[in-house]
Design a protein around this ligand. Structure first.
Ligand SMILES: *Cc1c(COP(=O)(O)O)cnc(C)c1O
Length: 383
C-alpha cells in the first residue's frame, strides 16, 4: 500500500478531490449560534451565567459523575485536579510520556515532577504492568501512609493516566494498583469524551477526572475544560479555587486563599452546551468513518488502531501504525504535501528539554509507537 493509495482513499471518504483536508475541524450543526447570541443579548458573556451551570449539569449527566465544574481549558482543569488530589510542591506524579504536553505541564504547574512510565502497545495508554513493576522496585509506604520514591526521596502524590486519542486504557487495573500504594488517580480524559471502559465513562474512575473542549477536540467551545468527581468537597473546592477563592457576599471582596481565575466564560459555555447536545451524533458519524478506514487497511501491512474490549472509543483521532519509521516519515511528507493533513504522535515528553531529566522506565512501547504512529483526518463529515 503506497502513500498515494491512502491519500486517494481519504479524499474519497471526505468527498474532497482537491481542497485541503484538516486533521480535525469543529462541526457546528446545532444550537451554537442561538445560544451564543443569547449570552450576548443577556450581556452575561463572562464568568457568571446560566450556560455555565447548564454545561456543568450536562457534563455530570453525560459522564455519570456526581459533580462537574467548568474551567477555561483542559490544562487548568488538570492543574486544579492535581492540587485537589493533594499534589504539593516537590512531589512526584506518575504519568505516561506518550501524551500531549499539557499533561506534563499541569504537573509542573502544580510544582511537582513527572515520572514517565511506559504505555501498552494496544491501548497506547499507561501500562498496568509498567506501573506495577516501577512501584515494586521504587516505592515504599512510610509510617504516615505516604508513598515515597526510594530513589529520589520524594512523595509519589498522584498518577495521571491518559486515554490516548479517545481509546480507553486499562483504567480499572491502574486504579487498583494505585490504591495498594495510596496513590490517588487523576484521569486525563481530555481526548476521551464519549469513551467508555466497562460501560463507565472515562474520567470517572479516579478521584477526579478532567476534559478539554479545545478547538481540535470531539466537542469544542473554542477553549474550555471540565473537572468531574464524585467527591462533594473536591467539587466545592474546584469551584472555589477556579473563581479566585471569593467568599459569597452581596458586595464585598473577601478572598480566603491564593487562588485562580480558571472559570469558563458563559459565552464559551453556551457553545459547549450546543455542542454537547450533538455528541451522540458526532460519535456515530466518527464511528462510521473509522469503520471505513478499518476496512480499507484490512489485510495491509499498516495496522489501523481499534478499540479493545471492554473499552468503547469515541474515535476522536483515527490512528494507523506503520511497520517502520521510514514508512511513517514518507507518508507524513507525502500526505501533507498533497494538502491532506496528517500528524505523527507527539514527541515523548521525556525528550523535551524541560522534562529530559525526569525519571522513566525503559519506555519500549512508547518509543516503538512514537516511531510508527500517524493520525489521519478524523472530522465529523457533513456529507
Ligand atoms: C487537549 C489536551 C489537554 C488539555 O488541553 P487544553 O488545550 O488546555 O484544553 C490535556 N491533555 C491532553 C492529553 C490533551 O490532548
Amino acid at each position: 500500500m503506497t502513500p498515494d493509495n491512502i491519500i486517494k482513499f481519504i479524499r474519497e471518504a471526505f468527498k474532497q478531490p482537491e481542497a485541503f483536508i484538516p486533521l480535525h475541524e469543529p462541526c457546528f450543526g446545532g444550537n451554537e449560534k442561538k445560544y451564543v447570541l443569547d449570552t450576548i443579548d443577556s450581556t452575561f458573556v463572562s464568568s457568571v451565567g446560566s450556560y455555565v451551570t447548564r454545561f456543568e449539569e450536562m457534563m455530570a449527566q453525560l459522564t455519570g459523575a456526581r459533580f462537574a465544574v467548568a474551567t477555561v481549558n483542559g490544562t487548568t482543569a488538570l492543574h486544579l485536579a492535581l492540587l485537589l488530589a493533594g499534589v504539593k510542591f516537590n512531589d512526584e506524579v506518575i504519568t505516561q510520556p506518550l501524551t500531549f504536553v499539557a499533561t506534563a505541564n499541569a504537573i509542573a504547574h502544580a510544582g511537582a515532577v513527572p515520572v514517565f512510565l511506559d504505555v501498552d502497545r494496544d491501548t497506547m495508554g499507561l501500562s498496568p504492568l509498567a506501573l506495577q513493576t516501577f512501584l515494586q522496585q521504587f516505592a515504599t509506604i512510610n509510617q504516615d501512609g505516604m508513598c515515597i520514591n526510594k530513589k529520589t526521596g520524594r512523595r509519589i502524590a498522584a498518577c495521571v493516566p491518559m486515554h490516548t486519542f479517545g481509546f480507553p486504557l486499562r483504567i480499572d487495573e491502574i486504579v487498583d494498583i494505585c490504591a495498594a500504594y495510596n496513590i490517588p488517580v487523576v484521569e486525563d480524559a481530555a481526548e476521551s469524551l464519549g469513551s467508555y471502559y466497562k460501560s463507565k465513562h472515562t474520567g470517572t474512575f479516579g478521584v477526579v477526572g478532567t476534559f478539554s473542549f479545545n478547538g481540535n477536540k470531539t466537542v469544542t467551545c473554542g477553549g474550555g475544560g471540565a473537572i468531574v468527581t464524585d467527591d462533594e468537597e473536591i467539587a466545592r473546592r474546584a469551584k472555589h479555587l477556579s473563581t479566585t477563592a471569593k467568599m459569597p457576599h452581596t458586595w464585598d471582596f473577601v478572598h480566603d486563599e491564593v487562588a485562580y481565575n480558571y472559570r469558563m466564560p458563559n459565552l464559551n459555555a453556551a457553545l459547549a452546551c450546543a455542542q454537547l447536545e450533538q455528541l451522540k451524533t458526532f460519535i456515530e458519524n466518527k464511528r462510521r468513518l473509522s469503520e471505513s478506514y478499518a476496512a480499507f487497511f484490512t489485510g495491509s501491512e499498516i495496522a489501523f488502531v481499534q478499540e479493545k474490549e471492554p473499552g468503547r472509543a469515541n474515535y476522536w483521532l483515527n490512528t494507523i501504525i506503520f511497520p517502520d519509521h521510514k514508512c511513517q516519515q514518507e507518508f507524513l511528507k507525502e500526505s501533507n504535501n498533497q494538502k491532506v493533513m496528517t500528524r505523527p504522535i507527539w514527541r515523548l515528553m521525556n525528550k523535551l528539554p524541560m522534562y529530559n531529566t525526569c525519571q522513566t522506565d525503559a519506555l519500549e512501547n512508547a518509543s516503538w509507537l512514537e516511531e510508527r504512529i500517524v493520525n489521519l483526518p478524523s472530522s465529523v463529515r457533513f456529507n
